[in-house]
Design a protein around this ligand. Structure first.
Ligand SMILES: Cc1ncc(COP(=O)(O)O)c(C=O)c1O
Ligand SMILES: Nc1c(O)cccc1C(=O)C[C@H](N)C(=O)O
Length: 398
């Protein structure tokens, strides 16, 4: 299959006149989504009422959508389930992995990891109360800290700030050599670059669907458990929907034999419908084409910005194979500069302390958008427009 990027572009409802370079945080609205979500309300919810769980397939959506996701990330069918938030899925996967290495006490991660993953690990370690501790090292030092003390290597493949990409297969191999298990956060990988969990020998993974996948604000996360751990992995959060027979209402918990054991409570059906519509687009897309185009667009962007804006310093790795699908620059007044860009219709975002972040999503971003972004950044820099007081007011959510 060759991806038709004119077609993909036409599938999105982007506001007129803007260049959207923040799909690495929240993807835009696919045109088919409102109708698909509305269908769950009318006729499904209106007419089927409680019967919708069975007759409209709502109950199985976490698994049916999980299988679709599995096919996109090189996971074995039946080993991915959708639901909850990424923070929760990280917690469950980490708890399961730690329990599989009961004699070890170290969770190894890096300082580039997303804070929520680190907070979850700290909280879990505290709850376990058995001396389990989180050790965070610089991203480039991870391999050197893989020792026989490590129970779980927990990393985000692509750094949310710089876009720096870990070598998932090599680090997984190295972790296994010392007897550790791996947990990969795919938040900035899924839909950004090819992922092959089975080939890399990954033990656990989790990711979200509201970024590159475009399933909407608050869209559910997913979790992957490798087949070799499927029977032994505990779920930590023993909700009734992860029970082998939820509608038997047993007083005792029996985990489902399938990855469904990682379900917790009632699934968010409206949000899952939005995910379905988003995945329909991805079924017409070859991720290898997306990756090639993302690299070409990113190279064009970096070259253009560096040629015209000496004030900005590249924060992302220069070699494309070491990046995800975002490009970041350091600039001391990055927050205000980003507000100036947004006011001119070029939407990226800012991450403390000084990172201007631009997501390159080829499904709806092409050369004209990249060139307009470069021109606008050059204008903001040349005119020191970031120095205006109105751009220095901090918003609550960035
Ligand atoms: C790498 C990474 N992990 C975890 C999270 C947390 O996800 P959630 O808010 O869905 O729990 C995010 C984004 O918020 C993220 O970028
Ligand atoms: N989930 C978000 C939200 O509810 C509001 C604003 C941003 C987000 C994000 O997902 C941030 C994202 N994980 C990041 O890479 O910074």
């Amino acid at each position: 299959m060759t991806t038709d990027f004119t077609w993909t572009r036409a599938q999105f409802q982007l506001p007129e006149g803007i260049v959207y370079l923040d799909g690495n945080s929240l993807g835009p609205l696919p045109k088919a989504t409102p109708e698909r979500v509305a269908r769950v309300m009318q006729p499904e919810w209106q007419n089927l009422l409680i019967g919708g769980w069975t007759k409209a397939g709502w109950h199985m959506m976490p698994e049916t959508q999980g299988d679709r996701i599995a096919a996109m990330i090189g996971a074995e069918p039946g080993h991915v389930v959708v639901g909850d938030t990424l923070s929760i899925k990280v917690y469950q996967a980490l708890a399961a992995a730690l329990a599989l290495r009961p004699e070890r006490r170290v969770i190894l991660s890096d300082t580039g990891n997303f804070p929520s993953d680190l907070y979850m690990a700290e909280g879990l370690a505290e709850t376990l109360g058995n001396g389990t501790r989180l050790v965070t090292v610089a991203p480039e030092d991870v391999a050197a800290h893989l020792t026989e003390e490590v129970a779980v290597l927990m990393l985000t493949e692509v750094d949310y700030r710089t876009g720096r990409r870990h070598d998932m297969a090599a680090l997984t191999r190295k972790a296994h050599e010392v007897g550790a298990l791996t947990l990969w956060d795919l938040a900035h990988s899924f839909g950004a670059l090819p992922v092959d969990l089975a080939a890399a020998g990954v033990d656990f993974a989790a990711g979200c669907t509201y970024k590159y996948i475009n399933a909407g604000p608050g869209a559910p996360a997913f979790i992957y458990v490798a087949p070799r751990h499927a029977g032994a992995a505990g779920t930590a959060l023993q909700g009734w929907q992860g029970h082998e027979a939820p509608f038997a209402f047993d007083l005792g918990y029996r985990p489902a034999s399938r990855v469904a054991r990682m379900r917790v409570g009632t699934p968010p059906v409206l949000q899952l419908a939005a995910l379905e519509a988003a995945l329909d687009i991805w079924e017409q897309v070859d991720i290898a084409d997306v990756r090639a185009r993302s690299i070409a667009l990113s190279e064009r962007f970096i070259a253009g910005v560096e040629a015209r804006c000496p004030q900005l310093r590249l924060a992302s790795p220069r070699a494309p194979e070491h990046r995800g699908s975002q490009v970041s620059f350091h600039f001391s007044e990055g927050y205000a500069a980003m507000q100036a860009l947004i006011a001119r219709g070029v939407i990226g975002d800012f991450r403390a302390p000084d990172i201007m972040r631009f997501g390159i999503c080829p499904l709806y971003v092409g050369e004209p958008e990249i060139d307009r972004a470069i021109d606008t950044i050059a204008d903001v820099m040349a005119g020191c427009l970031w120095d205006r007081p109105e751009y220095k007011v901090k918003a609550m959510v960035t």
